[in-house]
Design a protein around this ligand. Structure first.
Ligand code: ZN
Length: 242
């Protein structure tokens, strides 16, 4: 992992603003370099990572996000370095919730991860097909199902909300309600319960992926990939791998 870190983030960029301040009588403290993340994952960097390395890569990214110290992403350079090919390390299945954008909360750049988003982070055949492409064709090493706290889709499933096509989507979350052990008030207004159901939903989605995608199950069995779940706390910013 250290080689990957060094290889990808090797551009130390002295702050132009800091230099200007120095010229104006500031101190050298202003020249503390900021890491500029100027390239997408290359094939050799991605291929050198184990599934556990990829999980660590995502955990470190979330640590930077939580500490409000994200990499200084040079999106133009990342766009340039990825234009002829992509070598993402993971495929993420996350909710559409505007407060839970996976690439931001995991501090990843262009070309680093595939991201499939659907309310309540449930799987279906199209998503499974996308994940199979990501892992079996494009070489991603991790399937991450990322739920989050205060999920409106989970809340809606508990409340038995009905609305057009949303009804059948929420039906896919409902099995998680009955399978959640919770001794307090089991209703949609209790976010403690909603969060517990969201956590169960992540685990059930992982089970569904294994059950309905022999391709991914076999890749997991061989050790080529790992399927993992996580919960994002929209209050603290922390992603907890479960
Ligand atoms: Zn949600």
């Amino acid at each position: 992992m250290s080689n990957t870190d060094n290889g990808r983030r090797n551009l130390l960029k002295g702050s132009v603003a800091g230099a200007s301040l120095l010229a104006l009588g500031g101190t050298a403290a202003f020249l503390t370099p900021s890491l500029t993340y100027a390239a997408s994952l290359s094939q050799s960097e991605r291929d050198a990572m184990s599934p556990d390395d990829v999980i660590s890569f995502l955990e470190k990214g979330n640590d930077r996000f939580v500490n409000n110290k994200p990499l200084n992403h040079d999106y133009k350079a990342q766009k340039r370095s990825s234009k002829d090919g992509q070598y993402p390390a993971a495929v993420i299945l996350s909710c559409i919730d505007s407060r839970a954008p996976a690439e931001i909360i995991l501090d990843t750049g262009i070309g680093d991860v595939f991201n499939s988003r659907v309310a309540g982070n449930v799987s279906n055949t199209d998503i499974l097909g996308s994940m199979e492409f990501a892992c079996a064709v494009a070489g991603a090493k991790v399937v991450l199902v990322l739920g989050h706290t205060k999920c409106g889709a989970v809340k809606g499933a508990i409340a038995n909300a009905k609305l057009g096509n949303l009804t059948s989507l929420l039906d896919k979350i409902k099995p998680a309600i009955g399978k959640t052990t919770y001794l307090g008030k089991r209703d949609a207004d209790n976010y403690d319960f909603v969060d517990a159901v969201a956590r169960t939903n992540v685990m059930l989605t992982l089970n569904d992926i294994r059950k309905n995608s022999p391709t991914l199950k076999n890749l997991e069995k061989s050790g080529s990939i790992k399927l993992v779940g996580a919960m994002y706390d929209i209050s603290t910013g922390k992603v907890e791998f479960i």
